[in-house]
Ligand binder design. Sequence first.
Ligand code: 3DU
Length: 249
Amino acid sequence: MQEAAKSKNSRIVLALDFPFEAPENRNKLLVKAESILKAVHPFICAVKINHHLVLPLGTFNGVQHLVEQIRGQGLLAIMDAKVNDVGATNQTIAQYYYAAGFDALIANPFIGWEEGLEPLFKVSQKLNRGIILLCYMSHKGAREGYGQTIIDSETGKKTLQYVSFAKKALKYGADGIVVGATYPQKIAEIKRIVGQNVPIYSPGIGAQGGDAEAAVKAGANYLIVGREIIAAADPAKAACQLLDSIKGV
Ligand code: 3DU
């Protein structure tokens, strides 16, 4: 990611998400995705794909083709699968996405290490791919899970769930963590824990109310942006303006 961000001179990860299309029209999505990619690629360093495209297009019919184009532009391809199952299942999910060419997967740390994340990290390390862990999501309900006060199972001490996840991301050697741009104070708090060792990916800019400059100032390394760019009248212009707004921050 560091290399891609440097060579593209951007820290924007495009969330290539589109609203629902009737299944019989799903090929439109591939055309839309290709045209956005063509327009926006000079202003981004990576593309994040979510179920918005995997469900209608299929991993090996449409999405793999897109991943090839993304990587062909010198960008990284991240699959936002929020992997969240038992280890053997996680491993198979990862193998399919990696076989489709993805560089990294997003996973949910609530599953725990043993028989949860461990097999996922193992297969990712073996194939030289990355794991990005959720730490504090951008929506209001995040406080019910990521924001809870817990008794840490290792230390027996009271702590916040996201503080524990940030420390675990460091310990596991995660390639990144997700912290919502809607909570810049939490970005700053988490940054103090992970320092420069685990990059922070921040979604929630624009459509969800988060501010790009505030997120970067608080310590976000990469901004994940979807609707603010994709739903704009001129996506390339929107991406370029967003990039300008954080240059030098
Ligand atoms: O709100 P946007 O259109 O900029 O899209 C943000 C993307 O990031 C979208 O795919 C969403 O599912 C994902 N995401 C979050 O928004 C918040 C999180 O905490 C994690 C992922």
